[in-house]
Design a protein around this ligand. Structure first.
Ligand code: ACO
Length: 377
């Protein structure tokens, strides 16, 4: 059997997919053939989720039905809230989210993933309930009661309401919705691949999403957005950026929010997010972190751009959430709230022509070793 081992499976296709496409040389990302810039300008997160899941932009009646189905399924059972209450409040929200999503699967019958109707309702529930879980945990850990969703509020408006008990500045919901669009899908990344492996065993979608959440958590993937804000706060002022970047690179440390396996130019999501920062700060006052970030990007540019390393999606997103007063450890759960639609789109695609993932390995150990009795070792 031929073995072309590619560490990290870099460049090895794991599936054929029509969900999204990245052109890493030109910095282009499309969902179902539509550029993300266009979706941010014209679409909403819920509409984009529909596009990803079902392959086309919804007609009016389809969109009404989808919006109403998601809206009606935002509530979570009191036992999920009880489960969250049992978790240690200093625990990471990604762990709480993963536990709650795995538990959701125990409440909803129908483990048969060949049931298309049931799969639709699973997708509705997961898209609808993740924000409610994230907001409930954010409040419970501070000793506050969770706030139930309000049906008359849009997806992003309602999330802010469940988090803060007040209706946010309209611009915030608008910008936040764009952030969700930008995080909704991204081809065969680590968390999507993890979900696909789980999906290929015909596990239920709650288990698929719970496994993807686990993979998203790591600092080399979705967890980088938190680390970026820590880094920018450490740097403190723009005039420290140059020396910080030089020190980090001289000591072979990676700059968080920079670099990507596929993009060899600036991540187009980082460009849109930077525009969103500017819109937000024009209306609500600037953020000191943004000024530091600009200087880090400039300093890193001269040293790293030659190697094809530029800001990725995680570089500017945390600055927006920080300005909106969202706790830093919630940034990755926000990513998961958005990415669930992409994970589920891949799950549905995988089910159409499923084949169990069972890759090969190159064995590098010994053969025919004798068993040494304990007293002779
Ligand atoms: N800062 C400094 N140098 C970097 C960075 C960085 N952020 N990223 C890559 N490099 C350098 C490496 O040191 C290495 O240099 P070398 O060839 O001289 O040894 C070279 O670029 C290749 O790096 P790898 O880590 O092997 O490349 P890979 O394709 O695996 O990297 C990754 C992708 C993991 C995202 C990497 O760029 C990284 O760790 N970035 C920081 C973490 C981060 O921002 N993650 C979020 C990614 S986006 C997302 O998942 C949502």
């Amino acid at each position: 059997m031929p073995h072309d081992f590619m560490p990290g499976l870099a460049g090895v296709p794991a599936a054929t997919s029509s969900i999204s496409d990245v052109d890493g040389q030109r910095g282009i990302l499309e969902y179902r053939g539509i550029r993300i810039e266009e979706l941010c300008t014209h679409s909403s997160y819920l509409e984009t989720a529909y596009l990803l899941l079902f392959g086309h932009l919804p007609a009016q009646a389809e969109f009404q039905q989808w919006t109403s189905d998601v809206t009606r399924h935002r509530r979570i059972k009191f036992r999920i809230i009880d489960l969250l209450k049992c978790l240690p409040e200093q625990g990471h929200p990604m762990d709480a989210l993963q536990a709650a999503v795995a538990a959701l699967g125990m409440f909803y019958p129908g483990r048969n993933v060949k049931d298309i109707e049931n799969n639709y309702w699973s997708a509705v529930r997961l898209v609808a309930k993740l924000p409610t879980i994230v907001a409930a945990w954010a409040r419970l850990r501070h000793g506050d009661a969770p706030i139930p969703p309000r049906d008359e509020l849009g997806f992003s408006e309602n999330f802010f309401y469940m988090l803060t008990e007040s209706v946010s500045h309209p611009l915030w919901a608008d910008i936040f919705d764009d952030c969700l669009i930008l995080h909704a899908e991204h081809t065969m990344n680590a968390s999507t691949f993890t979900g696909l492996v789980t999906a290929s065993t015909l596990a239920d979608p709650y288990t698929v999403v719970a496994s993807s959440i686990g993979a998203l958590k790591g600092p080399l993937h979705g967890g980088a957005n938190e680390e970026v804000v820590v880094m920018l706060k450490d740097i403190r002022t723009p005039d420290h950026a140059q020396s910080f970047v030089e020190d980090a690179l001289n000591n072979k440390k990676k700059l968080m929010g920079f670099g990507h396996r596929v993009y060899k130019v600036k991540d187009p999501r980082a460009t849109v997010l930077q525009g969103l920062c500017q819109r937000l700060f024009k209306e609500c006052g600037s953020s000191p972190l943004y000024q530091v970030a600009l200087e880090v990007e400039r300093a890193a540019g001269t040293l790293l751009n030659g190697k094809g390393i530029y800001p990725n999606v995680d570089f500017y997103s945390g600055i927006i959430y920080d300005k909106m007063g969202i706790d830093r450890d919630l940034f990755t759960p926000l990513f998961a709230m958005a990415r669930v639609s992409g994970w589920l789109a891949h799950w549905l695609e995988q089910l159409r022509e499923n084949k169990l993932f069972r890759p090969d390995q190159i064995y590098s150990g010994e053969h025919n070793r004798p068993y040494l009795p304990l007293e002779q070792r």
